[in-house]
Design a protein around this ligand. Structure first.
Ligand code: FES
Length: 170
């Protein structure tokens, strides 16, 4: 069997794509790795967007329609956060030890939203990831794609607020 050595560029420079690439590489980029790879995306980003699904499809040489089929069949996959803004808190071991559960609880309490859900006004989705590959920066949270290193509750909430205000000002 021919081993695949290169795959298409990931959608962005985000380091989290490396985790998904590692999952696919471990499976020799075989199509059977589809569900595991999508899990990896969901764990790193909190949801599966179109660019992620396209990339996984190309890297595993499976039709995009098949990726959509799998992503929409299983209820544990989310295709997009429903809120205008997204806060992903990493609960991987390193982040957990450094107090990420507290961050999650703080955001949840302030915005009255549970993990995996969106606020009633649709402004914020609160998602959880299991290691986004930046353990040295623990605890890590990602707000609208912006990675916050060594995050504190105050800084995290300040960042969420600034994103919400900026959007309202536009
Ligand atoms: S455990 Fe959070 S980035 Fe690795």
């Amino acid at each position: 069997m021919l081993r695949r050595t290169s795959i298409p560029q990931p959608p962005t420079q985000d380091k989290r794509w490396k985790i998904i690439e590692t999952t696919m590489r471990r499976n020799d980029f075989q199509p059977q790795a589809l569900i595991e790879s999508l899990h990896s995306v969901q764990q790193a980003f909190g949801f599966l967007d179109t660019s992620a699904m396209k990339w996984v499809a190309a890297a595993l040489s499976v039709p995009l329609s098949q990726v959509y089929g799998v992503a929409t069949f299983y209820h544990f996959f989310t295709l997009k956060p429903q809120g205008e803004h997204t806060c992903v808190v990493c609960l991987g071991t390193a982040c957990y030890i450094k107090g990420s559960q507290k961050l999650l609880d703080e955001v949840g309490r302030l915005y009255s939203v549970k993990e995996g859900q969106t606020t009633k006004d649709g402004r914020l989705s609160l998602l959880v990831a299991r290691c986004i590959g930046a353990c040295g920066l623990a605890p890590v949270a990602v707000v609208d794609g912006q990675v916050l290193a060594k995050s504190t509750g105050a800084h995290l909430i300040e960042t969420i607020e600034s994103k919400i205000e900026r959007k309202q000002a536009v």
